[in-house]
Write a protein of this length. Structure first.
Length: 242
């Protein structure tokens, strides 16, 4: 097993490659790509593209910035406004940025011929292939403030999947938007991590009833944990239960 990891975006990242060929040369490229993305979307860096755009609305956008803005707007429309790339200070992609970074690292993996990998940034994942002869495993965390432990675990389909979870059990009041707050966590599975990241936030804000309704309308694979500790799954969630 080849492992790469470190700190980024105020959290940690971990990348595992299950291949017989050495990919040690990717360590530098992974760090460079993660840092490059930080200088596009970090609102904490005054010279990042998003900070400069927020200062000057007439500034020309890069294609990358526009693409993520368009994806954010698409999910905003589908979630009936529960997800938004804007706040009172301008653009903010913090609720989709980690997922986007994961997708870019997955592109880097596949560009270099890696077909069996597990990428995790701050709890969000994208995985594909096998852990040699075994399947990769992902777990939905038990949403408590105490020691981390799995609520439930699943095998990753070898064709690949992206998983993102949203909730405020570790960081209270960090998610924008008014809602019933009758969920502890929402986990979404999609093909790309950016969409999973955004949808998890949107459905958490929408709450149990409206969130499930929107999930069904959009054929999403979603696992909800309610305030009383029970779980509710969208119809399509069964598609990833292996």
């Amino acid at each position: 097993m080849q492992n790469f990891g470190g700190e980024i975006y105020g959290t940690t990242y971990s990348i595992k490659i299950a291949e017989n060929r050495s990919y040690s040369f990717l360590d530098t490229q992974i760090k460079a790509e993660l840092n490059r993305i930080d200088y596009v979307f970090s609102t904490y860096k005054p010279t990042s593209e998003i900070s400069l755009i927020n200062e000057d609305p007439n500034r020309v956008w890069s294609d990358e910035f526009r693409n993520l803005f368009n994806l954010s707007n698409e999910i905003s429309d589908l979630s009936e406004g529960a997800f938004s790339p804007n706040d009172a200070n301008g653009f903010d992609f913090s609720a989709i940025g980690k997922g986007y970074a994961i997708d870019k690292i997955a592109e880097l993996m596949e560009k270099n011929g890696v077909n069996n990998y597990f990428i995790e940034i701050g709890g969000e994942i994208r995985a594909k292939g096998l852990k040699f002869s075994d399947e990769w495993i992902f777990g939905i965390e038990r949403p408590t403030n105490s020691k981390k432990s799995p609520y439930i675990a699943f095998n990753v389909p070898s064709k690949g999947i992206s998983i993102a979870t949203s909730g405020e059990y570790r960081e209270p009041n960090h998610i924008w938007g008014k809602g019933p707050r009758d969920l502890i966590s929402v986990t979404v599975a999609t093909s790309d991590a950016a969409s999973a990241d955004a949808w998890a936030t949107a459905l958490y804000v929408l709450g149990k009833e409206k969130g499930l309704d929107i999930a069904e309308k959009n054929n999403l694979e979603v696992f909800f944990i309610t305030n009383n500790g029970d779980s509710i799954q969208s119809t399509n969630w069964s598609m990833i239960s292996l």
